[in-house]
Ligand binder design. Structure first.
Ligand SMILES: Nc1nc2c(ncn2[C@@H]2O[C@H](COP(=O)(O)OP(=O)(O)OP(=O)(O)O)[C@@H](O)[C@H]2O)c(=O)[nH]1
Length: 226
């Protein structure tokens, strides 16, 4: 009983202090955190991890765990670095006038994200296509947009739509198609424990919706069918 009280006190204290020095995101495109004080953020996160270790019945003071809170804090900062990046600005860095008007597809872009429900990884591949309308974008920027949105707490559906919307808004192409195939560790290593399940999501705009032949070509190119 005494232990429970101590633990909940610690949790309450952590909740109060957890916002100090950390700008919280009000929306998905929040960039406030860019101005945050990194050492303060690492300290706040480390203290929370120490609490978790205690809550698991571990001794955070034992040798093997001494640096774990800071390691986990830094790891979490990396895995959520997408909150501190602006995908639209990133795309705008490499937009070029060009008359090419066939489909451009970047497929098999590997992604690692974390589900917002369990904070466990989901990972897989994104396939992103667009049909230019007078402007093309640097190919690496497409993979970077995937990376920015993936490095946030996500659901796969929203991730898919955000990638589509960023490309649509910046390039204003004739259409965008995004397909993500991913494996969710929250379904593999816990919960329903389905090791082989893969989730596919898609988000389309413009000709990818209005033209069945464009959509078919997209799917054919992704799956290398002739
Ligand atoms: N739609 C969607 N669901 C997700 C995603 N990532 C995780 N989930 C699901 O989020 C749901 C959360 O359900 P809850 O019933 O609140 O949580 P839970 O008791 O841990 O559920 P189980 O995973 O079924 O044990 C689960 O069904 C997860 O599979 C995602 O990207 N998209």
């Amino acid at each position: 009983m005494k232990h429970e009280k101590t633990l909940s006190d610690t949790l309450a204290n952590n909740r109060r202090s957890s916002y100090s020095g950390v700008s919280m995101c009000e929306d998905d495109d929040c960039l406030d955190a860019m101005t945050d004080n990194e050492p303060q953020i690492i300290e706040t996160l480390s203290s929370a991890v120490t609490t978790i270790l205690g809550g698991l019945g571990e001794n955070p003071e034992r040798e093997g765990l001494l640096k774990t809170p800071e390691r986990v804090a830094k790891s979490l900062r990396f895995l959520t670095k997408g909150y501190r990046e602006n995908p639209e600005e990133l795309l705008k860095k490499a937009v070029f006038k060009e008359s090419y008007d066939e489909m451009v597809l970047v497929k098999d872009i590997e992604l690692f994200s974390m589900c917002e429900h369990h904070m466990l990884p989901f990972f897989g591949k994104a396939h992103v296509a667009y049909i230019p309308d007078g402007k093309i974008v640097g190919l690496s920027k497409i993979a970077r947009v995937v990376e920015v949105y993936a490095r946030r707490l996500q659901v796969q559906e929203r991730l898919t739509q955000q990638i589509r919307d960023a490309i649509q808004d910046v390039l204003n192409p004739k259409g965008v198609g995004v397909i993500i195939e991913a494996k969710h560790m929250c379904m593999v290593m816990r919960g329903v424990e389905k090791q082989n399940s893969v989730t596919t999501t898609s988000a389309m705009s413009g000709e990818f919706i209005s033209s069945p032949s464009t959509r078919s070509e997209f799917l054919r190119l992704i799956h290398n069918r002739s």
